[in-house]
Design a protein around this ligand. Structure first.
Ligand code: F6P
Length: 369
């Protein structure tokens, strides 16, 4: 957490990795707050690809306060992004057509020098902040901002994007209650979240699910089927099951739909298989719905907008104070700074004794265990 107070003239902001609602609010806060210090801000287009392969639309763009007016409420990122631009594992095509991963972090550092960029605000999840940590260890001045709908980053109470994803998932599950009840069906809703169950848990409890399957608690569908049948005996002839994409059966693995060089595994498919199996076990009609990228789109909630603006402004405050190698973290009622190395050390899973898990159990929600 070195403090270097040498004068900054030009800083960059990078929003690589999966997008999350609130990214544009962070960009606006960084640009406007940095402008007040007299710093120039450039946005790196499409993650680090904008530095490594600067061609066509992939490049650096100057961001002045007038360029970021009116974007706080917009989903996505005006800089564009990619999940394939990790400079530590950059996909490179060889002459024989084979694609391999290469560490191009030194090239990123050289590009920063070439572009006269003094410091970086890296907005990202575990992957992008891990890259930021490496760049920081190699000498770049970096401040991280925690982004991800998955909420799986340590050292911050919450990441921006999570509240929007949970709110939308809750609304969708609310809507599924009436169709499930009308048809007396089992309705399985698959939500994103990667290897953590935060979205499934929070949305499932808020929307009165009957069962919630999360990666932290391997499930046994026979137990879920029992819970559905018990509910049926009480006259409730439909059921809602929320399945996190990373949930896995006891003794089994999560469902992967694609493996790509230079990128994380794509998860998916658990909703369909759980619905089919629950249909077989309960004898009821079962259907599934996959919320997928709908959870990442749209307008950030007020909560996400506000923490995004606070995170962006706090990142600039950190740079102005000479901090580097830190991540802005929410620690209500304030924000604080934690070392990037600590923030990216391991994933934040749902603690099994967390109050929300205990509450779910007390409300009669099954975790299939
Ligand atoms: O990390 C955010 C996230 O939306 C995960 O919940 C999901 O598993 C993944 O990204 C999907 O990535 P992609 O947009 O590459 O399909």
């Amino acid at each position: 957490m070195a403090a270097r107070k040498s004068k900054l003239k030009r800083i960059a902001i990078c929003t690589g990795g999966g997008d999350a609602p609130g990214l544009n609010a962070v960009i606006r806060a960084v640009v406007v707050a940095a402008h007040r210090h007299g710093w120039e801000v450039v946005g790196i287009r499409e993650g680090y690809s904008g530095l490594l392969d600067p061609q066509g639309s992939r490049d650096l763009i100057r961001l002045r306060p007038e360029d970021v007016a009116g974007i706080t409420h917009l989903g996505g990122t005006i800089l564009g992004t990619t999940n394939l631009g990790n400079p530590l594992k950059y996909p490179v095509k060889l002459a024989d057509g084979q694609v391999v991963e290469r560490d191009r972090s030194d090239e990123v550092l050289r590009a920063f020098k070439r572009e006269r960029i003094d410091a970086l605000v890296a907005v990202g999840g575990d992957g992008s902040l891990g890259i930021a940590n490496t760049l920081s260890r190699k000498g770049l001045r970096v401040v991280g901002v925690p982004k991800t709908i998955d909420n799986d980053l340590e050292s911050t109470v919450v990441t921006f994007g999570f509240d929007t994803a949970v709110s939308f998932a809750t609304e969708c599950i609310d809507r599924l209650h009436t169709t499930a009840a009308s048809h007396r069906r089992v309705m399985v809703v698959e939500v994103m979240g990667r290897y953590a169950g935060w979205i499934a848990l929070n949305a499932g409890v808020s929307a009165n699910a009957d069962a919630i399957l999360i990666p932290e608690i391997p499930y046994d569908l026979a137990r879920v089927a029992e819970a559905i049948q018990e509910r049926e005996r009480r006259g409730q002839r439909y059921a809602i099951v929320v399945a996190a994409e990373g949930a896995s059966p006891r003794g089994g693995r999560e469902s992967v739909i694609e493996r790509r060089v230079g990128a994380s595994d794509r998860l998916g498919g658990v909703g369909a298989s759980v619905a089919a199996e629950l249909g077989r076990l309960t004898g009821k009609e079962a259907r599934h719905a996959v919320l997928g990228h709908l959870l990442r789109g749209g307008t950030p909630t007020t909560f996400d907008r506000l923490i995004s603006l606070r995170f962006g402004a706090a990142a600039v405050r950190a740079l102005a104070a000479g901090k580097s190698g830190v991540m802005v973290a929410l620690d209500p009622p304030t924000v604080r700074y934690v070392p990037l190395a600590r923030a990216t050390r391991r994933m934040k899973s749902v603690p099994l004794d967390s109050d929300t898990v205990v509450t779910a159990r007390e409300l009669g929600i099954s975790f299939g265990d």
